[in-house]
Design a binder for this molecule. Structure first.
Ligand code: MN
Length: 250
């Protein structure tokens, strides 16, 4: 059986990770290497100014006192006996849609896998109501894992899947939408008189472009967006390259 690395950004005890591990039963040998506490919105940050402690928490399972990217780096370079055939990150409690993928630790962990040349998928539950039910997302994740193990993925590409809590069974391949939320700053003063803001967000998009991740999830379908590591914008590379002559020191 192939080795599968499971990680997340909600922490090693998160129900979404446990639901994913249970769903993968019989599909591969699962290794869990994940942050010991929630590190949502850590993006792909890594820890370089302090040690990264880690401890075994079960058979083929380690909790890492670091970020999601730290966990993947430890898994690939220290903890797993060989590179896994697949990296799965999630199942995150909450959607990772639009430009929010840039803040997501869930997506970043999969991206760390892709950077290391391993087929990698981020899995997120788009939950509308309070209290998460990972049943549908876990079922879908197993299907996706099976296909990804069989077919592989192109080099430099990872998949970001968002599964609606009330999945209607449909699956759409989509492109990344614009940022679907906007920042809201709640201001207050702490008991010592120091002012602070608390970053919150609210929905910002009403008009949804039809072929996007957000549209698919809104329609009750799973959205799968292939994300590319190489973020070079080719059109600008061509159109702006004449700036070089103006910018060069001669
Ligand atoms: Mn999270």
């Amino acid at each position: 059986m192939p080795n599968i690395l499971v990680t997340n950004d909600d922490g090693i005890e998160a129900p979404g990770l446990r639901a994913l591990v249970a769903a993968l039963e019989g599909l591969g040998t699962v290794y869990v290497v994940a942050p010991h506490r929630e590190r949502s919105a850590a993006a792909q940050s890594i820890t370089i100014h302090e040690p990264i402690f880690f401890q075994s928490t079960g058979e083929r399972e380690w909790a890492v006192q670091g970020t999601p990217a730290d966990a993947v780096i430890l898994a690939l370079n220290r903890l797993l006996p060989e590179p896994p055939a697949l990296v799965l990150s999630g199942i995150n409690y909450g959607a990772n849609l639009g430009e929010n993928v840039y803040y997501s630790g869930t997506v970043a962990a999969a991206q760390e896998g892709a950077i290391n040349g391993i087929p990698s998928c981020a899995l997120s539950l788009a939950a509308r109501r309070k209290g998460a039910d990972f049943t549908a997302a876990a079922e879908f994740s197993r299907r996706l894992a099976a296909v990804a193990l069989e077919e592989g993925l192109p080099q430099g590409v990872l998949l970001s899947a968002n599964i609606p809590q009330d999945w209607n069974g449909g699956v759409r391949f989509t492109r990344q939408s614009k940022k679907i939320t906007r920042n809201v700053l709640r201001e207050d003063v702490d008991p010592r008189g120091r002012p602070f803001v608390w970053l919150c967000e609210q929905k910002a998009i009403d008009e949804v472009e039809p072929d996007t991740d957000y549209a698919a999830v809104s329609a009750g379908c799973v959205s799968i967006t292939p994300l590319e590591l190489d973020r070079t914008h080719s059109t600008s590379l061509n159109h702006l390259s004449h700036w070089a002559a103006r910018l060069a020191r001669v």
